[in-house]
Design a protein around this ligand. Structure first.
Ligand code: 13P
Ligand code: SF4
Length: 324
């Protein structure tokens, strides 16, 4: 795979990039004893060079179990931060430090601290899409693949705050029959899908299944034949007898769906506006060039205070124990 010899760079190395980035990244991987972990929403080239591709839970588990000295996290900031929380002695690199998350940003730590203080009897369950500071204020972390299972394990009489995603929170409430106090955060990508356009697609593709991530709004989930995390959606489209799928999540996952089921057709659910806003602008900040430069220059690195790290690691460990 050839790429441009010169590219925009935001860290220290200046000069031409190697012509074959795939070979150069493989070489650096050996030199650094590095592992590349990639989320399903990364661009196809990054998915193809990764050692491990997964959803948030699978990536957290992979980070917890790796023997590598360096973790190169091809995902967004909160994911790399989770890897660092679990691996304080390893170098954790994120190709672009600006790869944040609108959902994590919708829960500022000072405002959340006041919300939590106003409900002292509540247990705090936080979706992993949040900052280390929010994790440090939480009792248990969950992901979209284990949220229902985790809430079901909490005693029925225990009041719960669920943060930061109101859509996943509402979905978990419906699945478990539990009332929870929801923080009103959301993901700009999963709130962009148009119910009207999905219904129109269902009319023109009557045999297609709608598969959706629980971060979507209720009217979109209403039309879904199947709801699950990215990993669950990938598994479902392989197991289902359907030949066509309307995919209501970030379309990066379609790369793995096409690889896993090459004879099936995957139609990205359209956004409300005629834009590309169903692509996560944060995930897409990472590129193969930036991945190479991060490994070559060993920066940008993820770090945090040890107090925050220790406090944030407890609810993550609880999640890992509760989702075996
Ligand atoms: P999962 O990886 O848990 O499916 O979550 C999707 C997501 O939006 C990650 O930011
Ligand atoms: Fe955050 Fe949404 Fe992007 Fe996932 S898709 S990283 S929740 S902004």
């Amino acid at each position: 795979m050839f790429t441009t010899a010169l590219a925009q760079r935001d860290n220290t190395q200046v000069g031409a990039l190697p012509l074959d980035l795939f070979v150069a990244i493989e070489t650096l991987k050996q030199e650094l004893n590095a592992v590349i972990l990639a989320h399903y929403y990364q661009e196809p080239d990054i998915q193809d060079i990764a050692d491990f591709i997964g959803d948030s839970l699978q990536l957290a588990k992979a980070a917890a179990n790796t023997n590598a000295d360096v973790i190169v996290f091809a995902g967004v900031h909160f994911m790399a931060e989770t890897a660092k929380i679990l691996n304080p002695d390893k170098l954790v690199l994120l190709p672009d430090l600006d790869a944040g998350c609108s959902l994590a940003d919708s829960c500022p730590p000072d405002e959340f601290a006041a919300f939590k203080a106003a409900h002292p009897d509540h247990l705090v369950v936080s979706y992993i899409n949040c900052s280390a500071e929010i994790k440090a204020m939480s009792d248990i972390i969950c992901t979209s693949s284990n949220a229902v299972k985790i809430v079901q394990q909490i005693p029925a009489e225990q009041p719960i705050i669920f943060a930061p995603d109101r859509n996943l929170g509402r979905y978990v409430m419906q699945q478990t029959g539990r009332e929870m106090l929801l923080w009103q955060g959301s993901c700009i990508v999963h709130e962009t899908f148009s119910e009207k356009k999905i219904v129109q697609l269902k009319i023109t593709h009557p045999q297609a299944e709608v598969i959706a991530h629980p971060e979507c709004e209720e009217p979109v989930l209403f039309h879904a034949n199947y709801i699950g995390s990215t990993a669950a959606l990938l598994k479902h489209c392989q197991q289902s007898s359907a030949q066509e799928f309307i995919v209501a999540t970030e379309p990066g996952i379609i790369h793995q769906m096409q690889k896993a089921a090459p004879d099936k057709t995957f139609i990205p659910a359209p956004p409300t506006n005629n834009c590309n806003c169903n692509e996560c602008p944060f995930m897409r900040l990472n590129t193969l060039e930036k991945l190479y430069l991060a490994m070559s220059n060993r920066t940008p690195e993820i770090n945090m205070s040890e107090d925050t790290r220790l406090a944030a690691s407890l609810p993550i460990q609880r999640m890992l124990e509760m989702s075996i």
